[in-house]
Design a protein around this ligand. Structure first.
Ligand code: C5P
Length: 193
């Protein structure tokens, strides 16, 4: 069975948690595509070469979850050759037998425009910054500035900017519990299975 669920949205809106829950509930493979860009940013050197030669070991680094890695990721993510070098891996993953959930910024618009289900998970910048702050600790105001800067870069780049696909189901999780958001996302998937 080939079945792709594309989950896009800004930082800390709940994409990762929702994607993992969907993968577990429906027995689908899951790819966090942000990890690819984080690994390219963290590798250093020429980002285009880094993207072309990415290995499993690069994806397994412990420091990819940091704010520094996130920021570096969004800087290399504006480079079209970096995005192009990562495209085939993502498309191959999406086509694996048994179905897959991919989460990122351009899955429904560029990587898998024919995905059976497209979700766009969003939340207000304040709510997202607060969630990040709860995860990471630190000074909320700095985290908010960083989240906003990263979203701006992601939304305003020329190649594959962050935006909902025309046929995406938008879920705003600002005032929703994670359980309610997962239930809404799962209902959208179940309706297409
Ligand atoms: O999702 P995550 O926060 O790990 O993504 C880190 C950065 O990688 C994003 O801010 C974005 O710049 C980039 N990214 C992207 N396209 C994707 C996934 C992530 O440009 N599909």
């Amino acid at each position: 069975m080939q079945f792709t669920v594309a989950v896009d949205g800004p930082a800390a809106a709940g994409k990762g948690t929702i994607s993992k829950a969907l993968a577990a509930k429906f027995g689908l493979a899951h790819l966090d595509t942000g990890l690819l860009y984080r690994a390219v940013g963290a590798k250093g050197g020429d980002p285009i070469e880094a993207a072309k030669s990415l290995t499993e070991a690069d994806l397994a680094r412990d420091d990819l979850r940091s704010q520094t890695a996130a920021s570096a990721a969004s800087k290399v993510a504006v480079i079209p050759e970096v995005r192009a070098a990562l495209t085939d891996f993502q498309r191959d993953f999406a086509q694996r037998d048994g179905g897959a959930v991919l989460d990122g910024r351009d899955i429904g618009t560029v990587i898998c425009p024919k995905a059976e289900v497209k979700l766009f998970i969003t939340a207000s910048a304040e709510v997202r910054a607060h969630r990040r702050w709860l995860e990471l600790g630190g000074i909320e105001v700095e985290v908010l500035a960083e989240v906003i800067a990263r979203d701006e870069r992601d939304m305003n780049r020329a190649d594959a900017p962050l935006k909902p696909a025309a046929d995406a189901i938008v879920i705003d999780t600002s005032h929703m519990s994670i359980e309610a958001a997962i239930a809404e996302a799962a209902a959208a998937v179940a309706a297409r299975l």
